[in-house]
Structure formats: structure tokens, C-alpha cells
Design a protein around this ligand. Structure first.
Ligand code: ZN
Length: 369
């Protein structure tokens, strides 16, 4: 085979097999000058552990040439026939430098996203819609069911998909759905090991219809209080939804939620003062930011993102709602997280890798995933 032909073949192979980056991790490469490569490498398959988290399977290191074992030393030249070149070396240029980012969408509603997009199962939603970049890996999703309708679908999902976890509660706008039977059901659902939070619960005084046709403030407050008490009794982290009700939300939380409780004030859209007040009062409180931060008019919210420490931020899509720009108005889903991360990176003048890493750690601290 003439060298030019060989080069063409190499390029082709590199292009068609970059998908391998999701599966393999290259531990060590040594490039020698003058077109000769000598390298040692260890390859680990990627697998999901018992909790559904993606990791490298370090128990079975191997090489793609089938020799197996650690510290294989293979020497090839530019003229080596293509068949002798392990896939690993052809991917050399990308594999060592390219970072793989991991993220969790900490708040969305997968059954409602599937309904809106017209997908019947998680696998097709994931492969056809969400997963677009091999280097940005969705580790897990927290699918939050905050009305009676999506509760069953969410339960089926968390029971069948390893890396989908659930939050359950009654949203303030659906406060009318909270009755003794709902309460019994929710308490029972909290025993499911994949249920990682009670929520979203809180107050929403944004008037969608005339005179709080969804739920009047008095009803919202009593339903909020009952759910906070239950969550505390059951030692569950709490997901808060609050909108245009800063003072009353704060006062009720202060009365019922201990200072060390794990709290996610999700899809934060309120003032900077309120954000700082919340963070000061609860040491394990996090603020979740969605695609809203990319909206043109959201100057004040970007100020909040800039002022709040990265160690207190969570990322979420709130799908099917609030798809970020340039997809505003479309169905939101976990695949839009990279756009939210880029915006946070831009606002905070930090590299996206830092945003992925820190928010990933934050997610583990509050939800354990
Ligand atoms: Zn919400």
C-alpha cells in the first residue's frame, strides 16, 4: 500500500470511529518524532455502576489489538499497514486532549417531554434527540413529577431506567390536587430508592388566570406547609418552586426547614437579594438555573448568576418548558444543557469545563447522584 493511500485510510478510520471515544479511555500515549509512534496504553470500557452512574471499568483493562493487559508496547511507523494500527492510535489526536464533560439535568419532566416530542420510550428520546455530542455525556436526569398526571409515568421511568431519578410533590399551581390520598401516595413513593427529593413545592403568585384561578395563595401556603413537614419527617431533600412570592416563601421556609437541610430552589428567576438571603440562611441550599438565563431580556437574572458562587449552582432545563436560545419556544429537554453551561461560562468568565465539573460536584452533594 502506498503511503498516501495509507494516510487516506487512516483519516477515514479516524472519522468513522470517533464514536469510540465514548467507550474508551486512553491512559498514556508517547509520541516519538520522525513519524514513529511508540506507545503504551490501557483501555477501559465505560459501564454503568449499580446506581446508574457512568464510570470506567478498571477491573478489565485491555488493548484494542486483542493482546490484552497493561503496558503493551507496540511500535509502528507511518508506513505500517492500516490493519496493524490499533484504533486507539488513530484516535490519538483527539483522545488525550479532548475532555469528556459530564452533566446531570437536575430538573425536567421526562414523560411530558416524550409526549411533547412524540417519543414513546426513553431510548429513542435519548438517541434521537438528547445525545448529540460524544464528548458531553448525560450522567443522569432528575425527572420531577409535580402533578398527579405525570406521577405514574415518572415512576415507571425511574423503575426501569438506571440513570433517571425522581422528585415527587405537588406544585403550588396544582395545590387543589393535594388531598389525603395524594399525601399517602407521595409518602409511599418516597420509599422508592430512586426517589431523591420531595418537590417541587412552594408558592407561585404569578397570575396565569384572573384571581389565582389555579390555586389561591391561602391554599398554596397550606399545601406547601404540609409537604415541607412530610419531607422533613422523611429526611428528603426539598425542591422549591417560588415565583413572585419571595417574602412569604422565605418566611414559611424559615419556619419549617432546618438550616442544614438540602434544598434546590429550582429554575431560579427572582431577585439577587432574595438569592443571597436564601444562601445565607441555608448552608446546603442550591439555586437551579435553566434556559431562562439565555433569554434576551433576562439581564437581572444574569446578574444573579454572576454574583452567586459557582459552588451553589445547579443546571437544569425545566423541560419540556424553557428551551434556551436559539431554541426558545421549542420543547426543552436535557440535550440543551450545553447551551445553558456555555451561557454560565460566558457570564462568569470561566471555561465550560469548570462549569461542568463544579455543577456535577454540587449535584452529588445535594442529591447523591
Ligand atoms: Zn417549577
Amino acid at each position: 500500500m502506498d503511503p498516501t493511500q495509507n494516510d487516506k485510510e487512516k483519516k477515514k478510520k479516524t472519522r468513522t470511529e470517533t464514536g469510540l471515544l465514548r467507550t474508551y479511555y486512553f491512559e498514556l500515549f508517547v509520541n516519538l518524532p520522525a513519524g514513529r509512534y511508540e506507545y503504551k496504553f490501557i483501555i477501559y470500557d465505560r459501564k454503568q455502576d449499580e446506581t446508574g452512574r457512568w464510570c470506567y471499568d478498571q477491573s478489565k483493562p485491555h488493548c484494542s489489538d486483542g493482546q490484552g493487559g497493561r503496558n503493551n508496547l507496540i511500535e509502528i511507523t507511518d508506513n505500517s499497514p492500516i490493519e496493524q494500527i490499533p484504533d486507539a492510535l488513530l484516535l490519538n489526536e483527539r483522545s488525550r486532549e479532548d475532555e469528556i464533560y459530564h452533566y446531570v439535568d437536575t430538573h425536567c419532566n421526562i414523560p411530558n417531554i416524550m409526549k411533547a416530542i412524540g417519543k414513546e420510550d426513553w431510548n429513542s428520546l435519548y438517541h434521537d434527540v438528547i445525545s448529540k455530542d460524544d464528548n458531553i455525556v448525560l450522567d443522569a436526569v432528575i425527572s420531577v413529577a409535580s402533578d398527579t398526571d405525570s406521577r405514574l409515568g415518572t415512576l415507571q421511568l425511574i423503575n426501569s431506567v438506571p440513570n433517571i431519578y425522581g422528585g415527587f410533590g405537588i406544585h403550588p399551581l396544582y395545590a387543589k390536587e393535594y388531598n389525603p390520598q395524594t399525601e399517602i401516595d407521595l409518602i409511599q413513593i418516597m420509599e422508592n430508592p430512586k426517589t431523591i427529593a420531595w418537590g417541587e413545592i412552594g408558592l407561585d403568585y404569578h397570575e396565569f388566570g384572573p384571581q389565582f384561578s389555579y390555586a389561591k395563595p391561602e391554599l398554596q401556603k397550606s399545601v406547601f406547609i404540609s409537604q415541607m413537614k412530610n419531607a422533613i419527617n422523611l429526611k428528603k431533600p426539598i425542591i422549591i418552586h417560588t415565583r413572585e412570592a419571595e417574602e412569604e416563601t422565605f418566611n414559611l421556609m424559615k419556619e419549617y426547614i432546618p438550616n442544614d437541610w438540602k434544598i434546590d430552589v429550582h429554575c431560579y428567576t427572582d431577585s439577587l437579594d432574595f438569592a443571597l438571603k436564601l444562601l445565607k440562611e441555608w448552608e446546603n441550599l442550591y439555586l437551579g438555573f435553566s434556559g431562562v438565563i439565555t433569554f434576551k431580556s433576562a439581564h437581572q437574572l444574569r446578574q444573579v448568576v454572576q454574583s452567586v458562587p459557582l459552588e451553589k449552582l445547579l443546571i437544569e432545563t425545566d423541560g419540556p418548558f424553557l428551551a434556551p436560545e436559539p431554541f426558545r419556544g421549542k420543547t426543552g429537554h436535557p440535550g440543551y444543557i450545553p447551551l445553558i453551561v456555555s451561557k454560565i461560562a460566558e457570564i462568569k468568565s470561566l471555561p465550560p469545563s469548570t462549569i461542568y465539573e463544579t455543577t456535577r460536584i454540587n449535584t452529588r452533594s445535594i442529591f447523591g447522584v
